[in-house]
Design a protein around this ligand. Structure first.
Ligand code: MD3
Ligand code: FE
Length: 220
């Protein structure tokens, strides 16, 4: 029995932007996004207002438990035809909202700190989790160039990230990702299997009962 009732509320650990290696090519920048999280979230809310969160359907006909939207020149979509990046939001038929400069700047800064100077993301996938939401083990392979890293930004309730190997059968490491944590996934980690365990309940000061994850990608 543990008594960590308060751990989920505000993640009081100090921000530590020194890169902390997680795996070959993957580094965590603990708390890098924490100081300007409110401004980042305002940008995310504007994206969601223009392109609402929605539950996409997999090619196999399953509705995803994560709610998603996108900003940037391209957005990740899933439907009966498959997974792909598309320049338009299928809900509106319009281009995805532009990537807010503050979000792009954070992704570029994180990539540079991790040794990927020059990273130029053209897509940002917004994932919204509520208690119980999970993301099953998968690889991200719909992007054109696997030489570019993926930068992830966690906001709101903490999650247990599952980081596997190059084969689905490898038992994944469990890594806690808290509000403000930024991870850069490049090199050999870029094609690793990964997922998110069912989100535990909690009440975050900025996001309430939710977690938002942003992933910045070079898709096109
Ligand atoms: C490791 N999102 O959107 S972010 C996804 O928390 C996705 O919403 C999770 O997996 C989330 O595809 C995890 C961390 C992450 C993102 C992409 C990766 C880790 C990755 C790509 C390759 C290896
Ligand atoms: Fe992924």
């Amino acid at each position: 029995m543990t008594f960590d009732l308060f751990d989920n509320l505000d993640d009081p650990a100090p921000a530590n932007p020194a890169p902390e290696p997680l795996a070959d090519g993957a580094v965590v920048l603990r708390g890098l996004a924490r100081t300007n999280a409110e401004a980042l979230l305002a940008d995310v809310q504007a994206v969601i207002a223009a392109a609402p969160l929605r539950h996409m359907v997999t090619p196999g006909g399953l509705t995803m438990s994560v709610a998603m939207t996108n900003c940037g020149d391209a957005g990740w979509v899933s439907d009966a035809r498959g997974y792909r990046y598309d320049r338009t939001d299928p809900l509106s038929g319009q281009p995805w909202p532009a990537m807010p400069p503050r979000l792009r700047a954070l992704a570029e800064e994180a990539a540079a700190l991790a040794g990927f100077a020059g990273f130029a993301p053209d897509a940002c996938l917004v994932n919204r989790y509520v208690p119980g939401t999970r993301l099953s083990l998968h690889q991200d392979r719909d992007e054109r160039d696997f030489g570019a890293p993926i930068v992830s930004v966690s906001l709101g309730l903490p999650a247990v990230f599952l980081f596997g190997g190059m084969r689905r059968a490898e038992r994944p490491q469990r890594v806690r990702l808290a509000h403000g944590d930024v991870v850069v996934w490049g090199g050999p980690s870029r094609l690793a299997f990964h997922g998110v365990a069912p989100l535990a309940d909690g009440d975050h000061p900025l996001l309430g009962r939710a977690r938002i994850n942003l992933t910045f990608r070079k898709a096109l």
